[in-house]
Design a protein around this ligand. Structure first.
Ligand SMILES: *Cc1c(COP(=O)(O)O)cnc(C)c1O
Length: 417
């Protein structure tokens, strides 16, 4: 009976799209990018209907993926869904790391366990499902790395054409994955912002651009990180959330999820402090936060091993800054050497080999504990947005092979005689 109930209710309550900048509304059910004013479009739902017809107690009867939240996801026909098992990732108590840095209630949401090893799978499962539903056949994406891998995987699973523009120096794992999934990969001698511009110049190709926030549904997949953390903590949000912020869409998405859940009566008005973590070599949001500006400025010569954070000017910067400020949160920048070091600590203490982006959050947390911004008893969640295995070039500087002659011993290299 419970399973049946889930099925009866597992229909979207999507009503329309709305511009996040000017408020103009658009009918759902068409392949759209941004508003006429250039603002990102956000999906809106009939949350009153969802409140009446859906019960959070039924969610465990749904699939063990992010599609357990289907009523607040945009897909209308269940057969459009392209899934590889994304979402519903573990929330792991980090006792030993917490003890090391003075946080007694520390948790890691391990997004590295998603298909293609990053949380980008959530957004692209949703975007590619909508492409299938709306009859789009050819997709294009500018990516710093992991979004490309995820797009390539879901496009392969759906039988769609995938075109990818990514920086020449993306991690090797991302390049090889995209090729393996059969995508057409163009390497660009530049950053994600250059990739986006090159796609813009090829408008005649008939490709549908699934750039984050230029496509309205990736954020809907990403917002499920917010639903999950609420469900996993029995509908009580943590005190602080640390999110490694590149385009910031995960953070904006979670903020949207919290509002939706409150309107459905699932959670109270209390919100976590949202902490946007960036790399020192690319910190447009931190700079704007500190200067009290509503928007960021382009960060020149962006450079960091945390490739997902190498976004010099996020399209949704105003939404990130609004959420961070409204939550009483903060924006923190971390050096590459520090975040690689912290990645080692996290792996060594918890058995979780995090992406450098996730590891950056450990450094930021340590800093906010030291400054007294957070105290040791507050419940803190770090989003580890990807798997460390995707960053072998970066981590090989932190963990070089001990195979020189002087290491001819245990813990180094032994040559059998
Ligand atoms: C893309 C990416 C980020 C940044 O995500 P946004 O939501 O766009 O800020 C962080 N970490 C990893 C591993 C990523 O791939």
């Amino acid at each position: 009976m419970a399973a049946l109930r889930y099925h009866m209710r597992a229909m979207t309550t999507l009503t329309h799209l709305q511009c996040s900048a000017c408020g103009k509304t658009y009918e759902a059910g068409r392949a759209l990018n941004v508003c006429a004013c250039g603002g990102p479009l956000l999906a809106r739902y009939d949350l009153e209907k969802a409140r009446r017809g859906w019960n959070r107690a039924w969610i465990p009867n749904g699939p063990s993926t992010m599609w357990r939240y289907q009523p607040i996801l945009p897909v209308r026909k269940p057969e459009s869904i392209v899934t590889l098992g994304e979402g519903y990732t573990p929330l792991i108590r980090a006792r030993r790391l917490g003890e090391r840095i003075g946080s007694a209630n520390l948790w890691i949401k391990d997004e590295g366990l998603n298909p293609t090893g990053s949380f980008k799978a959530r957004g692209l499962s949703c975007a590619v499902s909508m492409a299938v539903e709306l009859g789009v056949r050819k997709l294009v994406i500018p990516s710093a790395g992991n979004a490309a891998s995820a797009m390539a995987a879901y496009a392969a699973a759906a039988g769609l054409e995938a075109h990818i523009f990514m920086p020449r120096d993306v991690p090797q794992a991302n390049y090889i994955e995209c090729r393996a999934f059969g995508a057409r990969v163009t390497l660009v001698d530049g950053l994600i912002s250059d990739c986006a511009r090159m796609i813009g110049e090829r408008a005649g190709e008939g490709w549908f651009d699934v750039s984050t926030l230029k496509e309205p549904y990736r954020i809907e997949g990403k917002k499920t990180m917010g639903y999950e953390v609420a469900e996993q903590f029995h509908w009580e949000l943590p005190d602080a959330i640390f999110y490694p912020t590149g385009g910031g869409v995960g953070l904006i998405g979670m903020w949207k999820a919290f509002e939706e859940m409150e309107r459905m009566g699932w959670i109270s008005a209390r919100r976590p402090k949202m902490i946007a973590v960036q790399a020192s070599g690319c910190q447009p949001i931190v700079r704007a936060f500190e200067e009290g500006e509503p928007r960021s400025r382009f960060w020149d010569n962006a450079s960091t091993v945390a490739s997902g954070l190498r976004v010099p000017k996020p399209l949704g910067d105003f939404l990130i800054l609004e959420a961070v400020r409204a939550s009483g949160g903060a924006a923190i920048a971390v050096e590459d050497a520090e975040l690689l070091e912290a990645g080692g600590d996290l792996a060594n203490d918890e058995g979780i080999f995090a992406a450098p982006e996730g590891a950056a959050c450990v450094v930021a947390l340590r800093r906010l504990l030291e400054s007294g911004f957070l105290n040791r008893d507050e419940r803190v969640v770090i989003y580890n947005t990807g798997a460390g295995l995707k960053y072998l070039e970066a981590y090989s500087t932190r963990f070089p092979r001990l195979d020189g002659g002087e290491h001819d011993k245990l813990g180094g290299l032994i040559t059998p005689r």
